[in-house]
Design a protein around this ligand. Structure first.
Ligand code: PMP
Length: 398
């Protein structure tokens, strides 16, 4: 019995796609020229499919802090946060984040994936319920699988459906509602105010994943909960350093007085090595810079609106009626066209994400385009022009 046989259908699907010149799942960035450009297959390419929303990957404070920490503290901690892996820098990062969110407590994890895994698995005990949006990120689903709780799903962003689900659960049971601020594939925003209010009406605790909304939503860039004025209804906010912050790592912040106990019960926090000092210093510098960077935030939103308006005017079928985030998703009719579109767009010198099931909701195929605060208006116009040219070259009806 070959244990890999069970993946034959996936291999068959992948080999059936008509890629000739490049494979969307094996792209190599040969050189990174800036936050917005790379060399791919020897061609200068505009990056329009990263999560580098605030363009912090080359921010001078972040670079300088990372280099200094590398020299001073070495390349890695070689240990868990609860043993030898907590340096002064990790504590400073936690304080910086608690301050950024105006919350009492913060725990830093080695990735955002692990932050969700660690929080959700620890919070969801045997007799508890975890209530999640059906389109939740894999890390939320995996946190649920790792917990001992019963999982209840409601339709994406559907407050009524969520309430109907909550009504049926025992009033006195432990309940955790988990939602995201912005959903990463369609770039749509959650009706967080209504959702958190309904969650509280039914006595639930709440966790909001602001992975794709930190940095540019709300007056201080804290996310959708801040933008909608409902941070007080979120018991836990989870986020990542791998998107707007421009490095790697994850975190959870909270005002819960017992929050710190999670450091002793959350397995994805305990049983893995902590972030290297250079990454921790980079993240700290980046978060401080983001906090005071209203200009970048404003420019990012201008870019998002410009791209959305340009693609809409050209006739593309977009996932949201307006730009709700820096993620602008273009619907493509089927995997064959999706494949050819993605490949031709890359030949035109634009990298965007080809998004396909199971990563996308309802089995749709998307070109996921995302903008960066450092894109110029000219680059945004180029992306639009090259989208139109690509559609013409492959004879796509749209
Ligand atoms: N939550 C959401 C909603 C995400 O989209 C992601 C990453 N794509 C994560 C968590 C995990 O973040 P990280 O890359 O830091 O593991």
């Amino acid at each position: 019995m070959d244990l890999l046989d069970k993946f034959d259908s996936i291999v068959a699907l992948r080999t059936s796609l008509p890629f000739e010149k490049a494979d969307p799942f094996k792209v190599v960035m040969d050189e990174i020229l800036s936050e917005t450009e790379a060399v791919i297959n020897g061609r200068r390419t505009i990056l329009a499919g990263t999560n580098n929303y605030m363009g912090m990957t080359f921010h001078e404070d972040a670079l300088a802090a990372g280099k200094e920490a590398l020299e001073k503290f070495g390349t890695g901690t070689t240990g868990s946060r609860v043993l030898n892996g907590t340096y002064g820098g990790h504590k400073l990062l936690e304080e910086t984040l608690a301050d950024f969110y105006g919350m009492e407590h913060c725990m830093v994890f080695s990735t955002g994936y692990q932050a969700n895994l660690g929080m959700i698995s620890a919070l969801g005990g045997k007799d508890d319920f975890i209530i999640i949006d059906a389109d939740s990120h894999a890390s939320i689903y995996d946190g649920c699988s790792m917990s001992n709780a019963t999982i209840v799903r409601f339709k994406h962003n559907d407050v009524d459906h969520m309430e109907r689900r909550l009504k049926r659960l025992p009033a006195d049971a432990g309940k955790l509602v988990v939602v995201e601020g912005i959903y990463s594939m369609l770039g749509d925003t959650a009706p967080l105010k209504e959702m958190l209010e309904v969650a509280k009406k039914y006595g639930c605790m709440t966790l909001v994943d602001e992975a794709h909304s930190m940095g540019f939503c709300g007056p201080n860039g804290r996310g959708v909960a801040e933008a909608l004025g409902v941070e007080h209804l979120a018991d836990f906010i989870v986020g990542t350093f791998s998107k707007s912050v421009g490095t790697i790592g994850g975190f959870a912040v909270s005002n819960h007085p017992k929050f710190d106990v999670l450091r002793f019960v959350s397995r994805p926090y305990i049983f893995t090595a902590s972030l290297p000092p250079s990454v921790v210093a980079t993240a700290t510098a980046s978060i401080k810079a983001i906090k005071n960077n209203g200009n970048r935030r404003a420019h990012l939103w201008e870019n998002a609106r410009r791209l959305h308006a340009g693609l809409k005017k050209a006739g593309f079928n977009l996932a949201t009626a307006e730009a709700e985030s820096p993620i602008i998703a273009v619907h493509l009719p089927d995997p064959m066209i999706g494949t050819r579109f993605w490949e031709q767009l890359l030949m035109e010198g634009v990298y965007a994400n080809m998004a396909a099931p199971p990563a996308t909701p309802s089995g749709v195929f998307l070109m996921r385009v995302s903008v960066c605060a450092q894109h110029t208006a000219e680059q945004i116009d180029e992306i639009i022009a090259r989208f139109i040219r690509t559609a013409k070259i492959i004879n796509m009806d749209f």
